[in-house]
Structures are given as C-alpha cells and as structure tokens.
Design a protein around this ligand. Structure first.
Ligand SMILES: Nc1nc2c(ncn2[C@@H]2O[C@H](COP(=O)(O)OP(=O)(O)OP(=O)(O)O)[C@@H](O)[C@H]2O)c(=O)[nH]1
Ligand SMILES: [Mg+2]
Length: 418
C-alpha cells in the first residue's frame, strides 16, 4: 500500500481498526510541539497508573477487612476466593477503560486537527486535485504532453521550479522502471513522491527546543504584515492553556502602534506583556524583558520584532544585537528563531526565507494564511529550497487554526478528494 493510501485510511474513518493503525504509525506530536509536553504526558500517565494502583491497594485492604469480617461469620472459603478474584478483575477492567478513554480522547483531538487541515487547505486542494483529475482524464495514457502539463500544474501550485524538476525526474524514472502506462495509476505515486520530497531521508524536527533551565526564549522575525504578532498571540494563548507562564515582549518598536497591538493581545488572552515606547532600543526592551522573565519565573518568552528597518544591514545589526542580549541573559537563547512567512506571497515568501537565512540563524518557519491561497505547495518548496523545517502553519484566523505542522495531515488535507 502506498503512503497516501495509508494516510487516507488513518484520517478518513473512525473505526477501531484505523484507530490501531493510527496509534502505531503516527508519531505523536503534541498540540503545541513542545517536547517537554510529551514527557509530561508520560508522567501524567504513569502518575495515573500509580494513583490507580494506590487506590486499588487501599481498596483491596478495605475489601480484605470486610472479607475477614465476613469470614468470622463463617462464610464458605470458595465464595470468598471468588469475591477477591472478581474484585481484581473489576479493577483491571476499570483500568483498561480509563486507558481506552485516554486513547479515544487523543484520537478525537487528532481528528479535530485533521479537520482543521482539511478546511484550511480547501482552496489548494480544489485547485490542485481538480487539475490533476482533469489531466488524468484528458490523457488516460502517460505521454510527454501529459508530463509537460503536470509539470506546469505543479509549478502553478508554488512547489518551486527546482523542486518540480527533481520531482519530474524521479517520476519519469519510476514510470520507466515500473512500466506504468496509465495516468490513473500515477495519481497515488505523484502524492507519494511529493511526500518523499518533504521527508527526504531526514528525521523531521517540528518540535520546539525547550529550555529546561530557565525561560525558553522564542524570537519571531519576518517582514511586515506576514502575521508575526497574531502568531505570537495564538501560541501564547495555547501555552497559557497548557499551564505555562508566558511573557510577550514588544521588540517591534519601529512601526507605530506595534507595541500597543501586542499589549492589547496580551490583555485579550490574559498573558503578561513587557514593552517600552515606540522608538525605544529593541535590544534594551528585550534585555529588561528577560530580567523580568527570570525574576518572575516565566516559562516562555515570545519576542516580537520589526520586520522592516531602513535596510537589510540595519535589520541584520538589530537582530545580532537582540541575539547577543538574549544569549547573555538566558543560556542557550534564543532557543528558537521562527521566521514567519505569508503563504499567499508564494515565491516571494521563498525569497524572504533565503534573505533572512543570510542575516540570522533561523530554526523554523511559521507559514501563515495557507487558508487564503490555492498554492499550498509552498510548504514543499520551502523545505526543499531553503532547508528549514516548517514548524507551524496558519490555516485561518482563529486561535486553533494555528497548528503544529504535520506532513501527514498536510498531505491528507491537500489530496483527500483524489
Ligand atoms: N486568514 C488568515 N489570516 C491570518 C493568518 N495569520 C495571520 N493572519 C492575519 O494577517 C494579518 C496581519 O497579521 P499581523 O500579526 O498583524 O502581522 P505582523 O507580521 O505582526 O505585521 P507587522 O506588525 O505590521 O509587521 C492580520 O489581519 C491577521 O489576522 C492565517 O493563518 N490565516
Ligand atoms: Mg506585528
């Protein structure tokens, strides 16, 4: 079975069988992508188990006493044994039920996320899938003309010229070696090959690098209007719900109103904010913000920055300064530098990624507004052309529309109708 068939089976039905596959095959990514939460989860589970055992023990003792009492009343031994056995059985069943409930909850959460991917990628799916279906019907047999039109379709989906060229070479090879003749038989192979472009023999790291010794500092960079501030607010709100103490730092002192916008977000979602007036030195804002974060034991500090200074050199100097301050204040910081890119800007977004990569070290990409474009292929192009993992994607304006990027859910959302 091809990769896509497996993914489709995983996400499109809810029966028990798929549930099993799901548990085994999907590498569980926590909602927010923070590694530490995965650990928490196992702690949670083991704590639950301990608790259960404790309860079991104490209950067992009580029951034993009861049994002893009744023994005095000359209860037949056989019957007593049976009760003990039954009790144990009952506890076991309860434990199992709890585990199943947890599994089901996890599964439901995942399906909800899949629905968000589905909805957010509607435009891309409609554009690409319908074109692919059209080509399949138009040609029936694989010909050079078919390949040409397919190539054009992929480039139109913003997958990127170089990526498409590589892809086409691989596809042609497979067609030759596997002696595939019909376009219909190629549909699933196309998806599998796109998947392979993204995965590309690498272990996919979409988790945020969490600092265990002090606050985790995440720096957000990107040009104007791409969605930095809203992304910060969405992540902050998610983290707050997970019980983390979050501080927003208004490092964009360049644009009028930017500081106030972040402060307003803080108020709206109930997360603390630190900032100074417009025009203040961003590095000094970050410095003071981090002093506060350390003194008051914040878990997570999200730093907003200005996307456009007078020119690239200025921006580079500014980011260097901010990085230096963070590194001095918090060991290993910034723990992440996330570049925010607006998916609707297509190839322009790719160029931005290349430029930013030259001026500062980027650890991950947040791709926003994927819901607003029919060119969702940009996810594949970024990975292939810029070699930076996409860590979050924005699939709409609601808070829950910001999702940890998951290639399987993405491929499903993009091709489920095929
Ligand atoms: N549809 C959609 N809109 C989004 C998404 N993410 C952000 N937006 C919108 O994009 C607009 C710009 O977002 P901001 O967060 O202000 O962008 P910014 O990068 O901070 O902009 P500057 O501060 O001007 O540099 C807002 O109207 C957001 O609601 C998304 O995933 N989908
Ligand atoms: Mg902003």
């Amino acid at each position: 079975m091809g990769l896509f068939s497996k993914i489709k089976k995983m996400f499109s039905s809810k029966d028990e069988e798929t549930l099993e596959i799901d548990e085994e095959e999907i590498e569980q990514t926590d909602e927010d992508g923070f590694e530490v939460d995965e650990d928490n989860e196992s702690i949670e589970e083991s704590e639950d188990e301990e608790e259960l055992e404790e309860i079991e023990e104490s209950e067992d003792e009580e029951e034993l006493e009861k049994v002893e009492e009744t023994e005095d009343e000359e209860k037949p031994e056989e019957e007593e044994k049976l009760t003990k056995k039954e009790l144990k059985q009952k506890k076991k069943e309860e434990k199992l039920l709890l585990k199943q409930k947890k599994k089901e909850e996890k599964r439901q959460k995942q399906l909800e996320e899949v629905r968000i991917y589905e909805k957010g990628l509607t435009k891309s799916r409609e554009g690409f899938v319908s074109k692919l279906a059209f080509l399949t019907n138009k040609y029936k047999k694989i010909t050079d003309d078919y390949f040409d039109e397919l190539e054009e379709t992929l480039i139109m989906a913003d997958i990127g010229v170089n990526t498409v060229m590589n892809f086409m070479d691989r596809l042609r090879d497979r067609v030759k070696h596997e002696k595939i003749e019909n376009t219909e038989d190629l549909k699933e192979i196309i998806i599998d090959e796109l998947f392979i472009i993204y995965v590309n023999d690498e272990v996919l790291v979409n988790k945020i690098n969490f600092n265990d010794n002090g606050p985790t500092v995440v720096l957000f960079v990107g040009v104007n209007g791409v969605g930095k501030t809203t992304t910060i607010a969405k992540i902050a709100s998610k983290m707050k719900k997970e019980g983390k103490k979050v501080l927003l730092v208004g490092g964009d002192t360049f644009r009028a109103g930017a500081v106030l916008q972040l402060e307003d977000w803080g108020k709206k979602i109930g997360v603390d904010f630190f900032g100074k007036e417009q025009g203040a030195d961003p590095a000094s804002v970050v410095f003071d913000g981090l002093v506060k974060a350390k003194e008051e034991n914040y878990d997570l500090v999200l730093v907003d920055t200005a996307g456009r200074l007078q020119n690239k050199v200025n921006l580079m100097k500014e980011l260097e300064k901010i990085n230096r301050v963070i590194g001095q204040q918090v060991e290993g910081g910034p723990h992440e530098t996330l570049l925010v890119i607006d998916a609707t800007t297509g190839q322009n977004g790719i160029s931005q990624a290349k430029s930013f990569k030259e001026i500062t070290s980027i650890t991950g990409i947040v791709l926003t507004k994927l819901d607003g474009t029919a060119k969702g292929g940009i996810v594949l192009a970024i990975k292939d052309e810029v070699s930076i993992p996409v860590k979050y994607i924005g699939l709409g304006e609601r808070e829950e529309d910001l999702q940890v990027f998951d290639i399987e859910k993405y491929i499903y959302g993009l091709f489920k109708d095929l």
